[in-house]
Write a protein that binds this ligand. Structure first.
Ligand SMILES: Nc1ncnc2c1ncn2[C@@H]1O[C@H](COP(=O)(O)OP(=O)(O)O)[C@@H](O)[C@H]1O
Ligand SMILES: [Mg+2]
Length: 298
């Protein structure tokens, strides 16, 4: 700037006397940001599926007319598709499908409803679920199915999970979680996470209860937890009427009767008297008949 010239007033945006307001780089940046924001908002307005009433009502009315042309079959197909998706998600989330025992073919059978609804186990579970979920006079909220391998117990329980969602766990897994819970009980959160997912579930399926307690197919230290763990399941869940529990055991029919097997163990106190009392009031114990439906050797 030459000597003697009067200095321009400082820039009104940034206070610099080196440039005038129109040449201010800060001002240019602020204006560009504002422009970009406006453009973004306009674009977002254009993407809105339905124009706000008053601005483009005609488009809304046109879209409504198009919806009404969907046929009953279209709507029915969609309903079937959504129900199938829901059932699939429930099965996958419960733990009964991968890595659980439900094979892909069996899951498909449940989704397509191509299973045999009259197999004993399936009939029992369907009938019980209908009664146990009755909103006026709900029936007993625990079902114990006893029966040989391959009689469709797990599939029937998975059907119930597909209907209403729930959690699937084997006794052994449950005992491991129970052991972890006991170990962590003194911690701040009480190690609750391990067991709360079972406590909170609207339907709990607990599979592979031991038919014959004399067989040592569980590690000793886990077997010792069976009594308190089973008591906890029965106690926690039976006090909440709306929570349903299905327990499955491969005990043969003879083993179901006292004095041996699961029921025998209940009666003679292996599972403790309070557990037995609660179950007498709140559970049905049913022997499933029929030959194994599993193909090939097991
Ligand atoms: N209701 C049914 N309809 C058709 N097939 C069935 C039915 N129930 C069971 N099965 C067949 O029998 C097999 C064994 O059933 P599963 O539920 O695993 O028996 P369990 O749990 O009693 O050992 C299944 O993999 C399935 O293929
Ligand atoms: Mg099974």
């Amino acid at each position: 700037m030459a000597d003697g010239e009067t200095k321009a007033p400082p820039c009104a945006e940034c206070g610099s006397s080196e440039h005038v307001l129109d040449a201010c780089p800060l001002r240019a940046m602020i204006e560009r940001d504002a422009r970009l924001r406006r453009e973004r908002e306009e674009r977002r307005g254009a993407e809105r599926p339905l124009a706000p009433v008053g601005r483009d009502l005609a488009a809304v009315i046109e879209a409504t007319a198009a919806m009404a042309t969907a046929s009953d079959e279209d709507i029915h197909r969609m309903e079937v598709r959504l129900r199938r998706q829901e059932r699939n998600e429930r099965l996958l989330a419960s733990g009964v499908a991968e890595p659980g025992p439900l094979r892909d073919e069996d899951r498909r059978m449940l989704l397509d409803e191509t299973f045999d609804p009259n197999k004993h186990a399936m009939r029992v579970v369907r009938g019980w679920l209908a009664r146990a979920t009755d909103t006026v006079t709900p029936d007993r909220n625990m079902l114990v199915l006893c029966g040989e391998r391959g009689t469709g117990k797990t599939l029937a329980a998975a059907w119930a999970i597909a209907q209403m969602g729930g959690r699937y766990v084997t006794l052994e897994e449950y005992l491991r979680d129970y052991a972890r819970w006991q170990r962590d009980r003194s911690r701040e959160d009480g190690g609750k996470a391990e067991l709360s997912r079972y406590d909170a579930s609207g339907l709990l399926v607990i599979d592979e209860l031991r038919g014959d307690l004399s067989r040592d197919d569980l590690d000793d230290w886990l077997a010792k937890l069976e009594r308190p763990a089973w008591h906890r399941i029965v106690d926690r869940r039976q006090s909440r009427r709306r929570q349903l529990t299905i327990a499955l055991t491969n005990a043969k029919k003879g083993e179901v009767e006292p004095p041996s097997g699961f029921l025998g163990a209940l009666v003679d106190g292996t599972y403790d008297g309070r557990t037995y009392d609660r179950m007498r009031r709140d559970a049905y114990v049913i022997g499933i008949e029929g030959k194994s439906m599993r193909g090939g050797a097991l």
